[in-house]
Ligand binder design. Structure first.
Ligand SMILES: Cc1ncc(COP(=O)(O)O)c(C=O)c1O
Length: 345
């Protein structure tokens, strides 16, 4: 189902527009001043969010970036390092916020599929805080966006987290798409978040809400996060109008399975028409296409799609990414297939 302007937008799952039900919930939301903790809709959302991921408390924030950066700020000191994958969102797509706002630097590992091994954690901890900067925080990303919406394997992440814990690291989970991981793996979100001190997840991605994310953790850490949120400019007032949409989205997460099925269909259609270009069978709602394997590189394909009213973007240099969500459907996949078919001929 393309947007009213006829465009099928596969650039991200952030492009969804609020449904009529969400808009109604927003219009009818009970509100108060959240700065005083008095917005009943925000309070309800925070309680529901914390419960969904098995944490004590949660704070509503305007963006996933703010949630991640609060987690970094509260669990590092200036000069510390954050251990994550080379292509982690927290390192690459947040405009250097960890350095700019918290004085934190990154220690990275290649992280294929978003995986950091126990051995890599152990290696990063050697000389940590003695001859080398202190590594203070491990950040997981599940699903891992730049790796192609991959779901982290629980056995390896549990083992790596155990090594991190022994070394005294705090653990943050960037769960912008945690519910996609939950649906794909058949594991409750709380189980996926169990090992983490803090978990951020977004209402504004596949869950389809127009704005908002949440940072969850212990009551003490979340109280501190509320203070730092103010410092970062994210203090809220009658945010219940936003929280109402988020609450609605949070009740509807099992529909993400439809997005995953559509991504599977899209990958199969592309692979049939442009063999060897799809980088992996999608695990969730993202399909990555290797630009250098397309006839003439990625730009002719992207331009032909644009001419057919289909938008896609790059997730990394040379890698085209299609993301499925509640505002694209099988008809839109057929449009992509037609363009791919013409190019592949
Ligand atoms: C894995 C991941 N983390 C964090 C974010 C940041 O979310 P926001 O765009 O709301 O700041 C994104 C956004 O796409 C993301 O993909």
């Amino acid at each position: 189902m393309a947007f009213p302007d006829g465009v099928a937008d596969f650039r991200s799952d952030t492009v969804t527009r609020p449904t009529p039900e969400m808009r109604r919930a927003m219009a009818e939301a009970e509100v108060g001043d959240d700065s005083y903790g008095e917005d009943p809709t925000v309070n309800a959302l925070q309680e529901e969010s914390a419960a969904a991921v098995g944490k004590e408390a949660a704070v509503f924030v305007p963006s996933g970036t703010m949630g991640n950066q609060l987690a970094v700020n509260l669990q590092t000191r200036p000069g510390d390092e954050v251990l994550c994958t080379e292509w982690a969102h927290v390192r690459n797509y947040e405009r250097g916020a960890a350095g700019a706002l918290s004085g934190a630097a990154f220690r990275t590992v290649p992280g294929p599929g978003g995986v950091i091994t126990p051995e890599e954690v152990a290696a990063a901890l050697e000389w940590s805080g003695t001859r080398l900067p202190r590594v203070a925080l491990l950040v997981w990303e599940n699903t891992h966006n730049a790796a192609g919406g991959t779901v982290l394997p629980p056995d390896i992440t549990a083992a790596a987290t155990a090594v991190a814990r022994e070394g005294g690291l705090a653990v943050h989970l960037d769960g912008a798409r945690l519910f996609n991981a939950a649906v794909a793996s058949g594991t409750p979100p709380a189980a996926l978040a169990a090992e983490a001190d803090t978990v951020m997840f977004c209402f504004s991605k596949g869950l389809g809400s127009p704005v908002g994310s949440v940072l969850c953790g212990s009551a003490e850490l979340v109280a501190a996060a509320r203070e730092t949120r103010r410092r970062f400019g994210g203090n809220m007032r009658q945010a219940g109008v936003l929280a109402a949409a988020a609450r609605w989205a949070l009740r509807d997460w099992e529909r993400l399975a439809d997005d995953h099925a559509l991504a599977g269909a899209l990958a199969a259609a592309l692979e049939a028409r442009l063999p060897g270009t799809v980088m992996a069978v999608p695990e969730t709602n993202m399909v990555q296409v290797a630009g250098e394997r397309l006839p003439g590189g990625p730009e002719p394909f992207r331009a032909a799609l644009a001419a057919a009213g289909v938008r896609v973007g790059y997730i990394r240099p040379g890698v085209l990414r299609f993301v499925t969500h509640r505002d694209v459907d099988a008809g839109d996949v057929a449009r992509v297939a037609a363009v791919a078919g013409a190019l592949g001929r």
